[in-house]
Every structure is written in structure tokens, then in C-alpha cells.
Design a protein around this ligand. Structure first.
Ligand SMILES: Cc1ncc(C[n+]2csc(CCOP(=O)(O)OP(=O)(O)O)c2C)c(N)n1
Length: 373
């Protein structure tokens, strides 16, 4: 295994001087290391395409070599700036991509990672991005990194390191202080219990929130079917919008995270502009990418209530304690949407959290049937 400090040294010896990206479960130790150790030369981006943009700006300002880290799920978000900004056909800028390879062929992974894992190498080839694969047994990390970085410098182009599961040694990241006592699991349980099964529908976000909601239903309300958005991070507000618009008799709830909300926040303006009285957007805000290691988002700096008002939500609500949330939950269905509710929660999840046993297709079929009732 590669020690995070060793990787950091090798990469800096190669002249990498700036870091941006979106945290990833497979890269959580190195992402945590960077968050703890790089302060002035590190920005956690809203999405992976934005990270490429920040890296380009850094290069334009300093001539220096940036590194962008991401899960391969975010490769799609980078394609536009890679092809139309960084490419040798356009501005030709050097950059190192550090990509967590979920769904690597031959390694068992969740359904949402299978296709992206299978096509990751082909995507890099199509994008004309030279790459090296690194794993726990990479014999000579320094020469692997030297050779790929020298290509980035020589051609002035993006290059990539594709990282297999289990490459980095564990690193204990120093998480920010919690600003609430309420757990995500408890908060979503309180709300979900108030959504009537006859006319309410819940869409839940990427990561542990969906797993917690799934377990709650199995435990206490096994006849209720929710839509678990296992992949497609940041797009849930729009999936719920499409549902709400074309199912006017249903009250549609979108259970999102602050990281996912920030990732494609423009969608919330579109959701609010539709003025749907059956649209309820709930943001579970722990100021972190909790599901992949707890690295901070910028949520602590954002007044989401003000933003939501400005975007045109009809009602903007906030709850920080279980008592406040119980109050809101008992009246929310009487409030005309579009509603924006921010629930301030703490980080963390149960260690023994399971995963849905149904496939995504089974979930879709059951959900569509349930939603037609
Ligand atoms: C496009 C994309 N980038 C990154 C990831 C990896 N990822 C999965 S969950 C998650 C964090 C989500 O954070 P947030 O929405 O705040 O919810 P929390 O985990 O804190 O409940 C990340 C970064 C992903 N699945 N897709």
C-alpha cells in the first residue's frame, strides 16, 4: 500500500503545486490527507468539471502544475472542460488527474459503478489523455509518477493516474465540528414517517442517506417504495422536479445532501421557477461529504435560506433539533410548495449500515407501480 505522505512527497517532487477536486470513497484517505495538509493551495470544488476550471485558473495565474482528484463517477462532469479548455486543440494546459477507479473490471462493486468502471480506460483513451494505473503493489511509484508527469509537461496536456481500490494506507482525517446533535438517520426517519403513503413520494440522494432510508422502510414500513438515486450525484432535485410536474396529485419530496445540492445548484433555480405546489426539497446539511469520508463542503459559509428565497421557493423552513423537526414535519404537508427545508444535522452513520438488496431496475419498476397507485 502507498502511504499518503509518500504519495504527497512524490507528487510535489514532480512540481505539482495545487490541488482541487471532489472527494471520493476510494480516495478518501488521500483526500483527507490533502484536506489536512494543503490549505492555501487546495480548493474542494462543487463538482469535478469546476475543479478542472479552478486548476486551469491556477495554471493561468502561476504557470504551475495542478492536480485534480475525483471519483470516476465524476469523469463525465470533467469532459466539457477537458475537451474544450484543457485540450491540446484549444488552450493546451497541463494537469494531473487522480481518479478513483470504482467498478474496475474484476473488482466487485455496486451497480452504479459497473458501467463507469468498465469504460473509464476507454474514456481516457478517447479523450487522448495519457494515463498510468496505480495500485497497492505499484513497484516504483516515483518513476510511474515521473514518467506521466513529464508527458503532461512536455505536451502541455492533462494526464491521469487511475487508482485501484485499496491503493492508499488509511489516514485519519480531522473532521470539522458538528453543528447539530441530530443524526441524518434520525432526521430522515422523522420526516419519512410523516409522508403519507397514499400521496407522498420520496426521492433520496446518493450515498448513505439512501441506505438509511432503505433500512428504515424495511424495518418499519416495508409497503412503502422510495426512489433511491444511487448514482447521478447532484441531479436528484431535477428527477424529483420531473416527477412532481407530471404527477400533480402526488406530494414529491427530494431528500438531498449539501454536497449534492452544491454540485449542480443551478437546478434548484429551475425547480423553484416551476412553482409546483407539490414540490418539497429537503436538504440534510452536515456541512460535509459525509458518505465518502466527511471532507468539508462550503455549506458552513452559505445561507441556504436566503438563497432559497432568492431562487423563488414559496416557503423556506429550517430545523436544527429533533423538536423543531417534529414541529415542521407535522405541518409541512399543509404548506404550499415549492418548499425548501434545511435540516441541520451532524456527520456520521452507523457502522453496520446495509445496502438495498433489490437491483436499481427492481427499485424503478416497484417505484413506478407504487407511484401510479
Ligand atoms: C459525480 C460524483 N462525484 C463524486 C461522487 C462520490 N460521492 C458519493 S456520495 C458523496 C458525498 C455526498 O455528500 P452530501 O450530498 O453532502 O451527502 P452526505 O454524504 O453528507 O450525506 C460523494 C462525493 C459521486 N458519487 N458522483
Amino acid at each position: 500500500m502507498i502511504k499518503c505522505a509518500e504519495f504527497s512527497q512524490v507528487i510535489q517532487n514532480n512540481g505539482v503545486s495545487f490541488f482541487s477536486g471532489v472527494p471520493d470513497s476510494l480516495l478518501k484517505d488521500i483526500c483527507g490527507y490533502m484536506s489536512d495538509n494543503y490549505v492555501d493551495n487546495h480548493i474542494i470544488a462543487a463538482n469535478e468539471g469546476n475543479a478542472v476550471g479552478i486548476a486551469a485558473g491556477y495554471h493561468l495565474a502561476t504557470g504551475g502544475l495542478p492536480l485534480v482528484y475525483l471519483q470516476n463517477s465524476g469523469l463525465g462532469n470533467t469532459i466539457n472542460p477537458l475537451t474544450s479548455l484543457m485540450s491540446e486543440d484549444v488552450y493546451s494546459m497541463p494537469m494531473v488527474l487522480l481518479i478513483g477507479w470504482r467498478g474496475q473490471p474484476g473488482v466487485k462493486d455496486e451497480p452504479q459503478h459497473v458501467m463507469q468502471g468498465r469504460i473509464s480506460e476507454d474514456m481516457l483513451k478517447t479523450l487522448n489523455i495519457p494515463y498510468e494505473i496505480i495500485n497497492a503493489d505499484t513497484p516504483d511509484l516515483a518513476s510511474t509518477v515521473n514518467s506521466i508527469v513529464s508527458t503532461a509537461k512536455k505536451r502541455s496536456c492533462p494526464v491521469a493516474l487511475l487508482v485501484s481500490k485499496g491503493t492508499f494506507e488509511s489516514y485519519e482525517y480531522t473532521k470539522s465540528e458538528d453543528v447539530s446533535e441530530l443524526s441524518r438517520e434520525r432526521a430522515l426517519t422523522v420526516l419519512a414517517a410523516h409522508v403519507p403513503s397514499s400521496e407522498g413520494l420520496i426521492f433520496s440522494t446518493t450515498g448513505k442517506l439512501s441506505r438509511e432510508l432503505y433500512e428504515f422502510r424495511k424495518r418499519e414500513q416495508s409497503d412503502v417504495v422510495d426512489f433511491y438515486n444511487v448514482g447521478s450525484m447532484g441531479h436528484l432535485s431535477q428527477i424529483a422536479l420531473g416527477m412532481a410536474k407530471y404527477s400533480p396529485k402526488k406530494q414529491v419530496f427530494c431528500f438531498d445532501g449539501d454536497g449534492a445540492a452544491l454540485m449542480h445548484m443551478g437546478g434548484l433555480a429551475i425547480a423553484a421557477a416551476e412553482k409546483l405546489n407539490n414540490y418539497y426539497y429537503i436538504m440534510f446539511n452536515n456541512e460535509a461529504h459525509d458518505s465518502v469520508g466527511g471532507q468539508s463542503t462550503v455549506a458552513a459559509n452559505v445561507d441556504f435560506g436566503l438563497v432559497a428565497k432568492g431562487l423563488g421557493f414559496n416557503h423556506v423552513l429550517h430545523a436544527k433539533t429533533e423538536a423543531e423537526l417534529q414541529d415542521v414535519a407535522s405541518t409541512i404537508l399543509d404548506i404550499e410548495g415549492p418548499v425548501f427545508l434545511e435540516v441541520t444535522i451532524k456527520k456520521g452513520a452507523r457502522k453496520d449500515l446495509g445496502r438495498p438488496t433489490e437491483t436499481p431496475i427492481e427499485n424503478k419498476v416497484a417505484f413506478m407501480e407504487y407511484a401510479q397507485k
